[in-house]
Design a protein around this ligand. Structure first.
Ligand code: ADP
Ligand code: MG
Length: 309
């Protein structure tokens, strides 16, 4: 288990920003942490990264307790905070060398980093070669974001916590940073918060949704998209109109709903994939299948239905 959060409360004065939050993340997972503004995402991430203390509950990272082993956890966790705070007057390489140096303090005896090699590796990994000699203040937002990710990974952490890593990027930059995160996710545990649902669809295996400080959903992406539909629903378009009653005769088919004309929503009665049966049926009855796909909710629809008031 990489991250384990149990019954966590966090109060800012009277306000419970986190209200009995529990979840866990296994090593190697890429988990999307979603929620409307003010839901408590950044607060949770700050607690996991030991930047903020919780009011109550238990948080463990790589088996270590955030209160007892905060220094050890920081060695194992990389963190890109919201708004990516950087020293704009520093040069890219200078800044990364500085951050690498922070991990070479006396307290971190176990974690000696060869700064020069590591900075060069990070520059290459995040694609900063061309910009590495510039001042951070001179970089575009996408490149600053890369510096933030490089900074988070400089000590080769097991776990990466990325708080809105792609906010404010243009569509091309977005694709680049997503690819980068996906690549990183092959070898690390990644928890990232975002507002962009396509991002979740593109990168994450699992999704945790928080609203007003409470978890409202925690499941694999595909399960959430099935939501409510226990069994498969297939959208089918035939070349000609056909009778509903005949379609009901297809093996494994329960309800059949006409969308319009030649298009249908056909639901299975069991776990079995009914698409082969539909194709076979079409062939036997002189129909052509023009389209056939499993109906799923988009993450956008899932998010809206779970977080609206
Ligand atoms: P999110 O990242 O999901 O947008 P946050 O964790 O930043 O949410 O905030 C959750 C709630 O806690 C919000 O209502 C926010 O105003 C409040 N909050 C966050 N940080 C502080 C703070 N330092 N002092 C007081 N209230 C805060
Ligand atoms: Mg936030």
């Amino acid at each position: 288990m990489s991250i384990s959060v149990k019954n966590v409360f966090k109060y800012y004065g009277e306000q419970a920003a986190l209200n009995d939050v529990s979840f866990s993340i296994n090593s190697g997972e890429i988990v999307g942490f979603l929620g409307p503004n003010g839901a408590g995402k950044s607060t949770m991430m700050k607690i996991i990264t030991c930047y903020l203390t919780k009011s109550s509950g238990t948080v463990k990272v790589c088996g270590l307790d955030v209160e007892e082993d905060s220094i050890k956890i920081r060695q194992k966790v990389g963190y890109l905070p919201e708004h990516n705070p950087l020293y704009l007057d520093m040069y890219v390489k200078e800044y990364l060398t500085f951050v690498a140096g922070l991990y070479n303090s006396k307290a971190d005896k176990e974690q000696k980093i060869d700064k020069k090699t590591r900075v060069a590796e990070m520059v290459q990994l995040v694609g900063l070669e061309k910009e590495q000699h510039k001042k951070i203040g001179a970089l575009s937002k996408g490149y600053r974001q890369r510096v933030g990710i490089a900074q988070a990974m400089i000590h080769d952490p097991e776990v990466l916590i990325l708080d809105e890593p792609t906010s404010g990027l243009d569509p091309n930059q977005l694709v680049d940073i997503r690819k980068l995160i996906q690549n990183i996710g092959k070898t690390k545990t990644v928890m990232l918060s975002t507002h962009i649902m396509q991002e979740v669809e593109a990168i994450c295996d699992r999704v945790i949704i928080i609203k007003d400080g409470s978890i409202v959903a925690d499941d694999t992406k595909s399960k959430m998209q099935k939501d409510g539909n226990n069994y498969q629903v297939v959208f089918v378009e035939f070349d000609i109109e056909f009778s509903r009653n005949k379609l009901k005769l297809i093996e494994g088919v329960g309800s059949v709903k006409n969308v319009q004309g030649n298009t249908w929503l056909i639901q299975a009665t069991g776990e079995k994939d009914i698409r082969p049966a539909i194709s076979k049926f079409a062939q036997q009855n002189g129909l052509l299948v023009l389209t056939q796909r499993i109906e799923e909710k988009t993450m956008e629809e899932v998010f809206k239905s779970l977080t609206k008031n």
